[in-house]
Design a protein around this ligand. Structure first.
Ligand SMILES: *Cc1c(COP(=O)(O)O)cnc(C)c1O
Length: 468
């Protein structure tokens, strides 16, 4: 190495690139990426030299460099959105993509990705050329609605409903239902975006039919209910049910809309779960438009479903916003496959992952817990105590905020009470090839087993963890 000018000792990109030690990289990653990675390594070496750091003897030896580049290129190849083990105890976790899709939905999506499809193509000339047709007819069958349509998510559904029915006019909503869903989705803001004027009635805890009655004027376009999905008002409360509101609306020739948020297409109490309002009950009560999410309790892909009167749905379909908010073929494929599962409700607790996970009992998780506890204990070594403990899972996504489900967790506690050991463990679990996400509480790391179905993959993944 030249002592006078260390920069001159750096090899050229071309020379390194042509070295036989790098040949396997060229065939695996392509020459353009390899050369770019070499440039990055050389520029890092130059920076180090400039700062007066001595160049390590073998830093740019082709063999050592090949290893370093292989790591860099492999890391770069990894996609950012990766599968994880959701052991947080929240089944519909918004940050983790909400509902895990049914196998039939996964297959339908891959088929739709691989091939041209009849998205807006009528094979038999029977007038089925609209992209929402399949979903719409399934939703009508399942809910008894006259018509239905689909947009990108429920926030979009609310926006387009309001904009279609009440732009430039007033919408009457109870003060107890001015929901913030999270992010920037607040009912008053959405009203403004849709060009409507919000007319609040009642008090936070109590709203009566007479409040709506007094509010109705020449500018009123819509009476609206919003399901308070992510909070509960308890104690001295009163609210007006959909059927009563519909009665009042009819007297004045006004429509009623309900944003149900989650909306369950099956009666969850049949499965021992807390009951959640059902879209079909809203239709039966005479509500004109009902919106709900595709990826909450319904267990499908992200989507916003609107069901109700044909005259209103037809107007929504013609609204310019519909073109901006429409779903692509992948969403529609997953949604159709998911909704078809509801045609066989007796098998739903098996075929629909969301319902399967929500209905899993602690007793059913016990064998899994017993099998995994010793495995985890042996991987973690003597610094941690691993136990099986009862816990409570959450449904998530704002569904049923007060209710939680009895579940079973593996808990990990540091033996020595060393500070930071638990967070270091949580970090190590997140750094696994398939990151494991748990919950830190009460001095322990809780790994709720409710959403763990692939025990084999979990065990294989654990082997990459090192003991203390
Ligand atoms: C979740 C929710 C929304 C938003 O639904 P997305 O599908 O997440 O857009 C709107 N309203 C209510 C009441 C909700 O619970």
């Amino acid at each position: 190495m030249s002592r006078s000018n260390p920069f001159a000792a750096l090899p050229s990109v071309d020379r390194l690139s042509a070295h036989p030690a790098l040949a396997p990289l060229h065939s695996e990653f392509g020459s353009q990426s390899v050369n770019e990675a070499i440039r990055t390594a050389l520029s890092a070496a130059r920076d180090a030299l400039r700062q007066g750091a001595p160049l390590a003897e073998d830093a740019l030896q082709p063999e050592a460099l090949a290893l370093q580049l292989a790591q860099l290129l492999t890391a770069r190849r990894q996609v950012t959105m990766r599968p994880v083990f959701n052991l947080t105890g929240t089944v519909l976790h918004t940050n983790l993509g909400r509902a895990v899709q049914a196998e039939v939905a996964v297959e339908a999506v891959s088929a739709a990705m691989r091939s041209a499809v009849t998205l807006e193509y009528d094979l038999d000339g029977a007038g089925r050329g609209h992209r929402d047709h399949a979903i719409s007819s399934l939703l009508c069958t399942l809910t008894g609605a006259e018509a239905a349509c689909v947009v990108n998510n429920n926030a979009a559904a609310v926006l387009i409903m309001l904009s279609t029915v009440a732009a430039g006019r007033e919408v009457v909503v109870s003060r107890g239902e001015l929901v913030e869903i999270g992010g920037a989705f607040r009912m008053p803001d959405v009203m403004r975006q849709a060009g409507c004027r919000l007319h609040e009635v009642g008090a936070t805890n109590r709203t009566h039919l007479s409040d709506y009655r007094t509010a109705i004027g020449p500018d009123t376009a819509l009476l609206m209910k919003v399901h308070t999905s992510n909070y509960a008002i308890q104690g001295f409360t009163a609210s007006v049910g959909e059927a009563d509101l519909v009665g009042l609306a009819r007297e004045h020739g006004l429509p009623v809309a309900t944003d149900l948020g989650s909306g369950a297409l099956v009666d969850l109490s049949r499965y021992g779960l807390p009951a959640e309002p059902m879209p079909q009950a809203m239709i039966a009560a005479g509500v004109d438009l009902v919106s709900f999410s595709g990826d909450k309790l319904l267990g499908g892909p992200q989507a916003g479903l609107i069901i109700g009167r044909k005259a209103w749905i037809d107007r929504i379909q013609k609204h310019p916003l519909k073109r901006a908010l429409r779903c692509d073929k992948l969403t529609l494929a997953a949604l159709e496959a998911t909704l078809r599962l509801y045609l066989e409700p007796d098998r739903l607790a098996e075929t629909l992952p969301t319902l399967r996970l929500l209905t899993r009992s602690p007793a059913a998780m016990q064998p899994l817990a017993d099998a995994l506890r010793p495995q985890l204990a042996s991987v973690l070594g003597p610094c941690f105590a691993v136990a099986v403990e009862p816990c409570l899972s959450q449904i998530g996504s704002g569904s049923l905020p007060v209710d939680s489900l009895p579940s079973l967790a593996l808990t990990v506690a540091p033996v020595s009470g060393r500070g930071g050991a638990l967070t270091a463990l949580a970090d190590a679990l997140r750094a696994l090839p398939r990151p494991v996400l748990g919950r830190l509480a009460e001095g322990r790391l809780w790994l709720d087993l409710r959403c763990l179905e692939d025990a084999e993959a979990f065990s294989a993944n654990l082997r990459h963890l090192s003991a203390c």
